[in-house]
Write a protein that binds this ligand. Structure first.
Ligand code: ADP
Length: 314
């Protein structure tokens, strides 16, 4: 059983040839209204791979919220822990997809109203969980409560620090697996974003230093997603010393839509760990699930099933 604590958003997606300049209007090619939000996406990813999944979160009392809940229930996800906020709209994400340029604005709405008490009310779910999976599209106090409840129940916690923000040491020490992408790795370490076209050795050195810094601050293990380069992971050893960085190359696939790739990765990682797999094997499984996702359109719609994942196993 996996408990996901996180956001639900309605994704308003526009496919365009190029983004407008300031004051300019361009015609989009196609628009879509699809269920999204990192919490909901990761819940769907885990559910399709065969886990029992409960989601804790918040939506507004509006047609969007009803639609988001409906999509999750259709997947077979337990949404009892999703509260409906009467005086706030559901979370919205405005996404423009241009060639190799994917930009997102999120308006949190009801997601910002998830409180530590809301999470605490679901304490029974934590006691029955194998893995708890959390992101940062909800208030930090709610994240901290989720991590605390997981700890208290002896359940492993994966924190996907997205969207990135600096994180308190107390939180980091309570996390078993932190899963930043390259940019988030810098931000959680309180560093400026990396130079876009940093030379390979520089990027690689920054990656190693960032991971080592997090392990030194008390995180048990770090998994960095590297987009088309795959992923890398490192584990603190029994003496608390940082272990070496292991690279897992990406599966080579034709890319259709990378929205939700990180969510596919995190959902799959949670399932693999809940099944008792060692971290390295879990990362390889997550890397494959995310590769399948990028070949297909839509965050939730593109998540692979267990059967699809197994078919991809070379
Ligand atoms: P995020 O979407 O959170 O920024 P990444 O871009 O790092 O995350 O992608 C998450 C994961 O998705 C990667 O670790 C990798 O497994 C997979 N992935 C992303 N882009 C590609 C790609 N072009 N080819 C194959 N796999 C990819």
């Amino acid at each position: 059983h996996i408990v996901v604590v996180g956001s639900l958003n309605l994704d308003l997606i526009v496919e365009v040839d190029r983004l407008p300049d300031q004051g300019e209007t361009v015609l989009g090619k196609k628009a879509h209204m699809l269920p999204g939000g990192k919490g909901a996406n990761q819940a769907v990813a885990a559910r399709r791979l065969g886990a029992e999944v409960s989601l804790i979160g918040a939506v507004g009392r509006d047609a969007f919220g009803a639609r988001l809940l409906e999509a999750l229930r259709t997947e077979g996800i337990d949404t009892e822990g999703v509260k409906v906020v009467p005086d706030e709209g559901s979370g919205l994400a405005f996404i423009t997809l241009a060639e190799r340029d994917n930009r997102i604005i999120v308006v949190p709405g009801a997601n910002a109203r998830l409180t530590p008490d809301d999470v605490d009310r679901q304490a029974a779910l934590f006691r029955a969980a194998d893995v708890v999976l959390v992101q940062l599209e909800i208030p930090l106090e709610a994240v901290e409560k989720a991590v605390e409840l997981a700890r208290r129940s002896g359940v492993r916690v994966i924190l996907n620090p997205a969207p990135a923000r600096p994180l308190p040491a107390t939180l980091l020490r309570a996390v078993d697996v932190l899963t930043p992408n390259r940019l988030e790795l810098r931000v959680v370490n309180d560093l400026p974003p990396p130079a876009v076209e940093a030379p390979e050795e520089e990027a690689s050195a920054a990656l190693e230093a960032g991971v080592r810094a997090l392990l030194a601050r008390g995180v048990s293990s770090v998994v960095v997603t590297l987009g088309a380069e795959g992923a890398a992971y490192a584990i603190r050893d029994a003496h608390g010393n940082p272990g070496g960085l292991h690279r897992v190359p990406a599966v080579r696939v034709p890319v259709r839509d990378t929205t939700g790739a990180g969510d596919a990765f995190n959902g799959a990682l949670a399932v693999a760990l809940a099944e008792g797999r060692p971290l390295g094997e879990a990362v390889r499984m997550a890397n494959r699930a995310a590769a399948i996702k990028v070949t297909r359109f839509g965050a939730q719609a593109g998540m692979p099933t267990r059967a699809e994942l197994e078919r991809w196993q070379e």
